[in-house]
Design a protein around this ligand. Structure first.
Ligand SMILES: Cc1ncc(COP(=O)(O)O)c(C=O)c1O
Length: 410
């Protein structure tokens, strides 16, 4: 283990007691985040809540968190709204257009519900048509995306990295394609933020939704939405909380908050804000973003080779689109049996997940804290389980109840 990795792993107890390869769902919490969460909870408990001292402290925490997010993603403070998670950001933007029947939106066939369910909602409510770009596994998506953009398209909504195939889409080119047609782009950054360098302002993306609890190693309940400043006057708030409006009277006159704060949907749990800020600072100052990104890429390449060389495995993540997720299908296994595979690995202390929607997958999330030895252990366990075959695993009751198919996917 390198000298740098030892203290990093020591600050992440959750990666010491198990082989943790599931940050695409939730990341491990670093010790400074746990300390900040605990201190803020204790302060609320003993000092009480809305008194002057507490209110000042919450405000300081909020400012520090906004500054940390802005520094991490190199964006101006006014362009940032705090959210609870990615889904919040995807909804805020999708619902923020004045949709009319006949308007169109475009997306891809490898999206998470966080992105497509808001689109289904505007289809249902306003008669907006959704054009799906069938991008396969995401290897060469440009032509399909181009074909889904019509003169009536008002928004392109898609993930930077697909949760189901692991493909990192060529976002710069996609944005250029959409902008050439005058179409803004909303990006689901759940599997990209904290995985590779993101300079959101330089990317010229219109809207970018980010969770705290995944690759940024934060607690649940805090995320961020970037809104390019020139969209602030035109995107409409749907859920107007006390941050939305700066001043009002009782005659219907009001002024919106001039910053992206106008889009916030509600109070964020202050201890979670404190924990999130501590995670971001720890990532920037202790781990170092460049070090973390380089290491994630290295471990993912190693895992790709280790898993892809196993007999009976079909890798789904296109090689040239590799980010931190290595997604694959065990040949001859059904979605229900794949849940059994995940459960069997869990009992061996190896934590990964399966994707229970088309295209279905077993997914390994490679973090900067993982080691080659952990990937070797995963490979060994997988080799054994795959050799024993799908009949040897027990399908968890949860998977049976949710009606997961018993037909082999591949
Ligand atoms: C691509 C993608 N988008 C959105 C989500 C949902 O994220 P959140 O819980 O932050 O809304 C996930 C993960 O669960 C995801 O992988």
């Amino acid at each position: 283990m390198t000298d740098k990795l030892t203290p990093i792993r020591e600050a992440l107890p959750a990666v010491q007691n198990q082989i943790f390869l599931n940050s695409g769902w939730y990341g491990p919490l670093p010790t400074p985040a746990q300390a900040a969460l605990a201190a803020a909870m204790q302060d609320e408990y003993t000092g009480g809540r809305p008194n002057r001292r507490n209110l000042d402290r919450v405000q300081e925490t909020r400012t520090a968190l906004e500054e940390a997010f802005a520094a991490f993603f190199r964006i101006p403070l006014e362009s940032l709204a705090l959210t609870h998670h990615t889904t919040d950001g995807m909804n805020i933007v999708t619902m923020g257009f004045n949709w009319e029947p006949g308007d169109e939106v475009a997306t891809t066939t490898i999206e998470h519900p966080a992105g497509i369910f808001p689109l289904y909602t505007i289809q249902d409510r306003y008669g907006v048509r959704i054009n799906f770009a069938d991008v396969g596994l995401g290897e060469d998506p440009l032509d399909a995306i181009d074909a889904a953009l019509t003169p009536r398209t008002r928004l392109l909504s898609l993930s930077h990295v697909s949760y189901s195939t692991g493909a990192r889409l060529p976002l710069e080119e996609i944005i250029a394609l959409a902008h050439a047609k005058g179409i803004p782009v909303l990006v689901d950054g759940a599997q990209s933020a904290g995985v590779f360098d993101l300079d959101l302002a330089a990317l010229n993306v219109d809207f970018y939704a980010i969770p705290g609890q995944k690759w940024l190693c934060g607690p649940e309940g805090v995320g961020m939405l970037y809104i390019r400043p020139d969209h602030l006057p035109t995107l409409r708030p749907t859920y107007a909380n006390f941050n939305a409006i700066q001043s009002h009277d009782w005659r219907g006159r009001f002024t919106f908050n001039p910053t992206a704060r106008r889009f916030e949907t509600g109070t964020i749990y202050p201890p979670a804000m404190a924990g999130m800020q501590a995670s971001l600072r720890w990532l920037m100052e202790e781990a170092g973003q460049d070090w973390a990104y380089a290491r994630i890429a290295r471990i993912a390449a190693y895992a790709r080779e280790a898993i892809g060389s196993l007999p009976g495995v079909r890798l789904l993540t296109p090689e040239k689109r590799q980010a931190s997720l290595v997604n694959f299908l065990p040949v001859g296994w059904s979605p229900a049996q794949m849940s059994g595979l995940i459960a069997a690995l869990d009992t061996r202390g190896i934590i990964i997940r399966n994707i229970s929607h088309v295209p279905y997958a077993v997914r390994v999330s490679c973090g900067f804290y993982n080691t080659e030895a952990e990937i070797d252990a995963l490979r060994e366990a997988l080799a054994e389980l795959l050799a024993a075959g799908p009949g040897a695993v027990t399908v968890p009751e949860r998977a049976v109840q949710s009606g997961l198919s018993n037909e082999p996917v591949w």
